[in-house]
Design a protein around this ligand. Structure first.
Ligand code: NAP
Length: 215
């Protein structure tokens, strides 16, 4: 099957290690499902992988891509969660936690295999492309906001690096939960300066957040 994969690690020139071409089909494993990928999303993690962070040379070649949405082997529209090993589903109980592309082949391919437990129904209102952006970055943001920080409506949320992937999710989720989301401005290159605050909007865009900021 066709795939985009890390063939070599190069910390200084990561894209030189990226190759497009044929890779073996995912192997059937008990408790795992094969998903036909309809959309996959790019995460900064993929660039780190090409730099060798979290991906040792001994694991190459490795198909990149942590996130995807597609069709499972029973014809269901699904979005897949890429954390494997934390719960023991599909792997031994002692297997350490990893995300796709660290130990198991990723989603930038025609098909990908994950533990069946990692499949969730794709919300009907989301396209495959939208759903494929949700798992890693948006679950990270959800966990930061609501599980770890216990954020509640009316709270104020400070988001650093507000143009980034996780930060975008923090802003959209925080605002949807009724929080005031702000970022420190002018942290680069001139050091901490003033605050900018997000306008209250019911449906902020998932990209281009900076255009929506105001003092
Ligand atoms: N992506 C995930 O799924 C995920 C999951 C778990 C944890 N994380 C962690 O979350 C963090 C953000 O990841 P990400 O994927 O969202 O990265 P990203 O999309 O590359 O965003 C990083 C953001 O930080 C900004 N930034 C970088 N250096 C800065 C500095 N010195 N001062 C102010 N802003 C700075 C960048 O601004 P510019 O665009 O202007 O450079 C960019 O907006 C990382 O520590 C990552 O390890 C990410």
């Amino acid at each position: 099957m066709f795939a985009a994969y890390a063939a070599r690690i190069n910390a200084d020139d990561p894209l030189s290690g990226l190759e497009l071409g044929e890779r073996p089909e995912p192997e059937a494993r008990p408790g795992w499902s094969v998903v036909t990928v309809k959309a996959a999303s790019l995460n900064h993690h993929d660039l780190w992988s090409l730099r060798g962070v979290g991906l040792p040379a001994g694991k190459l070649p490795m198909i990149l891509g942590c996130d995807a949405a597609g069709i499972d082997q029973d014809g269901n529209e699904v979005v897949l969660h890429s954390v494997i090993g934390q719960t023991g589903h599909g792997v031994g109980p002692d297997e350490p936690r990893s995300i796709l592309t660290e130990c198991y082949q990723g989603t930038f391919a025609e098909r990908v295999a994950v533990p069946t437990w990692n499949l969730l129904p794709k919300p009907a209102g989301l396209s495959f492309e939208q759903a494929a952006c949700l798992p890693t970055a948006w679950l990270t943001a959800y966990r930061m906001l609501f599980t770890n920080a216990g954020t509640k409506p009316g709270d104020t949320v400070l988001v650093q690096g507000a143009g980034g992937g996780v930060a975008t999710a923090l802003i959209v989720l925080g605002k949807a939960a009724g929080c005031a989301c702000g970022r420190p401005a002018a942290t680069r290159p001139s050091g901490p300066g003033h605050w900018s605050w997000a306008r209250t909007r019911p449906s902020p865009p998932a990209s281009g957040c900076r255009s929506g900021w105001t003092r």
